[in-house]
Write a protein that binds this ligand. Structure first.
Ligand code: SIN
Length: 194
């Protein structure tokens, strides 16, 4: 599958006729809402974990030197915390462009922080997309992030803003926080003498 998913996503008919749609964000969509929304609240989805396994050619890296950004990987009974936005369908055109580097729209059940369960939409980059990088150790991921940058800025800003936003929601994410520790530890470690 090509890493540009705009055309595939525009064929999704699941929410046709809906006047409002719940969107679940788990990466930059948590901390950067550059679109109109009607309601926004912390939420979670089940059976998925957040992983820095997706290559970024267009935001935090380039086609020649992709950065690493998050996607969701299936894991039975896992819970992934994120942010839900109630949007109108016209916002999907903007989101499809923003998430075009390998992310596909999926329908999923969201648990909102007020106890409601709703059907919503989430963008996931699966292993079939050409920009998928897959697993690596948390220290290797941190090193990769430390040296990457793209049109949206340094890859490290993506990681640090995501970690900050998760902490602000009191959300646990051992994978994200371990990579953050590796990165900030690397940054603050004093240079070797000589
Ligand atoms: C998301 O935030 O929900 C998708 C991944 C990203 O744009 O960082």
């Amino acid at each position: 599958m090509s890493h540009n998913t705009i055309a595939i996503n525009q064929q999704m008919t699941r929410f046709d006729g809906h006047t409002e749609i719940w969107l679940f964000g788990y990466g930059s969509l948590i901390y950067k809402a550059d679109f109109a929304w009607l309601e926004r609240r912390p939420a979670s989805i089940r059976h998925w974990v957040r992983r820095f396994w997706q290559g970024s050619h267009d935001h935090r890296g380039t086609p020649d030197a992709p950065g690493r950004v998050v996607t969701l990987i299936e894991e039975p009974d896992a819970v992934c915390a994120g942010m839900a936005y109630l949007i109108t369908p016209d916002t999907l055109a903007h989101l499809d462009v923003r998430e075009k580097n390998g992310y596909l729209r999926f329908a999923t059940e969201l648990s909102l922080d007020d106890g409601r369960r709703v059907e919503g939409l989430v963008y996931i980059a699966t292993a079939e997309n050409a920009a998928f990088l897959g697993p690596a150790s948390e220290s290797a991921i941190a090193r990769h992030i430390a040296r990457s940058a793209g049109p949206s800025g340094p890859n490290s800003d993506y990681l640090l803003q995501l970690a900050h936003a998760l902490r602000a929601m009191q959300a646990e994410d051992p994978h994200v926080f371990a990579i953050e520790r590796e990165l900030t530890g690397r940054r603050t470690r004093p240079a070797a003498p000589g």
